[in-house]
Write a protein that binds this ligand. Sequence first.
Ligand code: XMP
Length: 521
Amino acid sequence: TILTLDFGITRRLRELNVFSEMLPCTQKISELDFTPKGIILSGGPYSVYDAGSPHVDPAIFDLNVPILGICYGMQELAYRASPDNVIAGTHREYGHATLKPQVINSHVDRLFQGLEEPMQVWMSHGDKLAKLPEAFHTVATSDNSEYAAIAHGTKPIYGIQFHPEVTHTPNGTKLLENFAVGICGATQTWTMSTFKDQEIERIRKLVGEKGQVLGAVSGGVDSTVAAKLMKEAIGSRFWAVLVNNGVMRLNECEQVEKDLSEHLGINLIVVDASQQFLDGLKGIEDPEKKRKFIGGKFIDIFEAEAKKIEDAAANSDKAGKIQFFLQGTLYPDVIESLSFKGPSATIKTHHNVGGLPERMTNGQGLSLIEPLRILYKDEVRQLGRALGIPEQLVMRHPFPGPGIAVRIIGEVTPEKVEIARRADNIFISEIRKAGLYDQISQAFAALDPSRAVGVMGDKRVYGYIIILRAVTTTDFMTAEAFEFPWKFLQRVTNRIINEIDGVCRVTYDVTSKPPGTIEMD
Ligand code: XMP
């Protein structure tokens, strides 16, 4: 394990199959439950000498493991040695720079071993070193940075002013590999297949011989992978609950049931509450109210089901009480809640599905079990593959909890749900047929309830407007509309108009996010 104190290097290391954990830079070393092979202090938007800036625990130096300070991390190393080693830069250095290495000795060379010279790097900093900390040497300079890279004369402690983790530093990953593998001696064995085996062992120990676990599933990637992992660990002592909320896609509930229960062998309970949801949605026009209603109703139904399962479990001598609640939390949520936000900012707790974990853990006294909490989304997909989950499920686009309800502008009625659902089905199946599904991050059809005029035969007709939306994104915070071939859009439009009564226009939404959002309502 390489311990990374704060911000985005972890990704790059994991791509090198080196396991890396990211913790806040203020982490107390005495509270670590593992011994890292090395420590990376990464960048951050602070000034080391500002009151309230985060500082590392000086105990990192007592671990006697290699340390690499990057940008703010390097300034922190220098500041730790003596505060007057760092000064505020008179101007920010931002952009490409060329490194001029100054080779000192073989121990220092190892960081830059095999990298092209001169090396192109990316700089982004305001403060800089005023002078070298005691016992350090300059290893590289750039036009604007006298101390672009520094190293301790005898100990494996390094500082670099540039950012190796960004694509603008083409050899950055190789430099990180030199540090993690070459200098720290980390092994490159972090794969989802080994993670799977370790995690199954951990879950078995945690849950014990008789303990039972409950979790909600939706057919989405995260809940499916988490559920399959639980199934592999404790078999039928894991209970998955799928609630049909009446706003799922065409035949989706049946399909998810088949996938999870028949194909993946998960102990699944399906609750058909579609009528209750559709009745309750009547007359609600406000998008937030729709979300609130669906979220709240979901919790009520899930809780009632959990109670039934618990009662049955209590009367069975085969298994013990339900003690755990499964939650598919991913690493980005964990990081968001851990990150150091300064003394005045409140630390954000990671968002969860409409308060469900809160109600299950505090209300029902269950403990949370979060097997995906150290994984990024693409790692969850790899884990899914390692668990034998079919590619079509592993690569599924995300689908919101409130489903088609947030894809119908305004009031949701069974008629509109049916139309939106069928249009969506045509759109998605054409996307699959054209081999475009995996190039798109999320796609769907939405319904605009305004009536537009059209002619069919020789009659004027009024019908709903279907809005097609397809976006590409990596983080769902920003997104671009996908560029379909014109012929493709014409084909989908013709099919929707011809096959679905009550629709007389089809449009394609080319708005990016921002200013648009991905969903429609
Ligand atoms: P927006 O529309 O905010 O969507 O650009 C970003 C991502 O979040 C999903 N989304 C939701 N997921 N409940 C969910 O579970 C919701 O209320 C919700 N609203 C948006 C959306 O599908 C996209 O992936």
